[in-house]
Design a protein around this ligand. Structure first.
Ligand SMILES: [Fe+2]
Ligand SMILES: [Fe+2]
Length: 296
């Protein structure tokens, strides 16, 4: 079994999961109060940083906005993880349960169960609302989790995981930020590194196996997934928490060159990777452009 690369990859990931896994319910001190005045995101990564709306805010309001932006991203994280868990379970339904590959897929579902509980606790500890997806995106998510297989399934997983990962790597390294969000980020980064390895490996195999029609369809679904994920990162209602009209906040963020640069930065690694695999092309590429993730 170990002679097959797919099995060898899964075997290594299973061993790594045994070595480094967290139980956020007990590994995080949920009762610790937030540190007064500490940001939840580096302020330069706020969607309004550098805009007139940002300049008009007090320091307390800026901290508060980053808290709601984090709660919005955590809400999006729960949404993506629920979709991803169902996709992996559907994949497992057809797999050989004695294979390491199938067993790793289940291990990843177990990781995501703990992550979604962690993000739920984070939102609760922040005292922020759950920022749910818009009804149309909610419906698209339901369709994706019920139907996606092959390249679009693994590409959608990677887009969500790698964009969040870019933010979380920066957060965990920044000692000026709230300790709670740094710890949540650290746990997520460590465990997601395995998921990214698994999905990248599987995606390469799926692209090689797919025919031209399936790939053309995949590019469209992948582009739409990238668009939804990006648009969903900061829920417009997060702006209302600091007294900014949601529509005005969203319009300011979309026009904000700092935020546009942040989005491109967060998606750089995965956009390059999917471009190399030929998955960011044709009509699907227009959706990446509209999402502000690629230029040209
Ligand atoms: Fe996760
Ligand atoms: Fe994951």
């Amino acid at each position: 079994m170990a002679g097959f690369p797919r099995e060898a990859v899964a075997d290594r990931l299973l061993s790594a999961s045994v070595r480094t896994s967290y139980d956020p319910v007990v590994d995080i001190d949920w009762s610790a109060p937030p540190v007064p005045g500490a940001y939840w995101l580096p302020p330069t990564r706020s969607s309004l940083y550098g805009t007139p709306l940002w300049d008009a805010m007090t320091e307390d309001q800026r901290v508060e906005l980053t808290k709601h932006e984090v709660a919005s991203a955590a809400s999006a994280g729960i949404w993506f993880e629920t979709i991803l868990m169902q996709m992996l379970i559907r994949h497992y339904y057809d797999a050989d349960p004695t294979s390491r590959h199938a067993q790793y897929a289940l291990t990843e579902v177990a990781d995501e169960c703990r992550h979604s509980i962690m993000f739920g606790r984070l939102i609760e500890a922040a005292g922020a609302p759950v920022y749910r997806a818009e009804p149309f995106d909610h419906l698209l998510g339901r369709w994706l989790k019920s139907t996606a297989t092959g390249p679009q399934m693994y590409a959608a997983i990677l887009i969500a995981e790698e964009i969040l990962d870019s933010f979380q790597r920066e957060i965990m390294a920044d000692e000026s930020l709230q300790p709670l969000i740094r710890m949540v980020s650290r746990i997520h980064v460590v465990e997601e590194a395995r998921h990214v390895r698994f999905a990248r490996d599987e995606l390469t195999r799926q692209v090689e196996a797919a025919g031209p029609v399936a790939l053309a369809y995949s590019r469209l679904v992948i582009g739409r997934a990238a668009y939804s994920i990006t648009r969903r990162l900061v829920h417009p209602r997060a702006y209302a928490a600091v007294g900014i009209d949601p529509a005005a906040g969203r319009a300011a963020a979309r026009a904000n060159p700092h935020w546009r640069a942040t989005l491109r930065w967060s998606a750089q690694r995965i956009a390059d990777h999917l471009t190399e695999l030929g998955l960011v092309a044709g009509p699907g590429r227009a959706l990446w452009r509209r999402a502000g993730l690629v230029e040209g």
